[in-house]
Design a protein around this ligand. Structure first.
Ligand SMILES: [Zn+2]
Length: 88
């Protein structure tokens, strides 16, 4: 994380699992996460404050697939999305 970008990794899941069905949305969601220390800005959608529309679109697709968003978003960003701890 030396340049502020978040480290990412690739993983393998079954295509016919809930997470597999949401895989493209997870990729989109992760691409539109703010860099560490700049939680109000999307690195790709500079014109929009974060959470940007493409992040919200991905979040909606992931939620619709039955996958929990909390586990896909770094904890330091949770206060930006959920005002109460544990609220989903
Ligand atoms: Zn964005």
């Amino acid at each position: 994380m030396s340049d502020g970008k978040r480290d990412t990794l690739a993983t393998i899941v079954a295509e016919d699992s809930a997470l597999g069905q949401a895989a493209s949305a997870v990729d989109q969601l992760s691409a539109h996460l703010p860099v560490a220390g700049q939680p109000a800005a999307c690195p790709l959608c500079r014109a929009d404050p974060w959470p940007c529309p493409r992040f919200m679109d991905a979040a909606a697709r992931i939620h619709a697939a039955g996958v929990g968003l909390h586990e896909l978003i770094p904890a330091d960003l949770h206060p930006m999305l959920w005002s109460e701890p544990g609220q989903r």
